[in-house]
Design a protein around this ligand. Sequence first.
Ligand SMILES: *Cc1c(COP(=O)(O)O)cnc(C)c1O
Length: 367
Amino acid sequence: MKVPFLDLKTQYNGIKDEIHSAINEVIENAAFAGGPFVARFEQEFASFCNCKHVVGVGNGTDALWLSLCALGIGQGAEVITVPNTFIATTEAISLTGAIPVFVDVDEKTNNMNPDLLEVAITKKTKAIIPVHLFGHSADMDPIMAIARKHGLYVIEDACQAHGSEYKGKKAGTIGATGCFSFYPGKNLGAYGEGGAIVTNDDALAENMKIFRDHGQAQKYYHGIIGWNARLDGIQGAVLNVKLKYLQAWNDARRKHAQDYTEGLSEVKEVVVPQEADYTRHVYHIYAIRVNDRNKLMAHLNEKGIACGIHYPVPVHLQDAYRFLKKGKGSFPVAEKCAEQYLSLPMFAELSDEQVAYVVEQIKEYYA
Ligand SMILES: *Cc1c(COP(=O)(O)O)cnc(C)c1O
């Protein structure tokens, strides 16, 4: 049996007609850059997230960078985040001129450990970016409490957490802003690049809308130096079609995750992902932890099962961040995760047979 890691084609086949007519409508209206189809998606996504404003942008990295810029973060500032994330989180910090400062993650949830947060705060700290890794919300209450105490902004990296919840609130709606990516492989993926910022702050939303469009509130009158970070119309229309299915697709992911977890429960060599009682996990990634990751991965590949590693090198050990001088041993939990993580096939359209086959092959390997 073949089990791909991700299969966007099957999803497309199920919504083909709707997608084609949505794209055609954009072309007929020549509404390509920003415009009414983006505005409609922004409204729909705001209502999905139960928050006031959504600002569509070019991608998730833009969303993080614009958030930081709009909050006035730049040269001389420090921004706290975690080392086990996709590098976009720290790229956005670096692009503003600020310095990323890391805190290690919690062993159970693999998300920011709030107990380690306060000691990382200095006079230069301006913001905290928790990452809702793999679709599991970070523990926001203690993070928000520490941020309030020290007068810091919280920007949520929700790029892997569309529809995830923290104590009943949608991921991304608790901090000053929440940042989403609609990269094709995400739980809500565009047919190209896309991203969005969610916020309940009227002034911030207005500021970011102006910034993403060359600093103009009125065409060719530029109040600030902005950027081109617009979401394109075709992506807005595609996302509007797909948003209707997000809840059902996330439910399907949760069912597959439950089947994996139950199936692997007797395999003592495998640590399965946990779901803390404060979150609703949306399993963008289903990552197990094992000691012999590379060997198990080779075995599964041989059996026709594609896997992933998210991520093999934590950000502080990347060559690009060598200047921070945080060597091996600086963040032991994140480093252990990077060595042990193995991401199993995960997408809504997986069949029960495919999930059972993956479980069976892992069991066979350890038997
Ligand atoms: C995907 C992702 C991003 C960046 O999103 P792009 O749309 O690819 O720019 C940022 N942070 C995390 C955690 C991501 O997974």
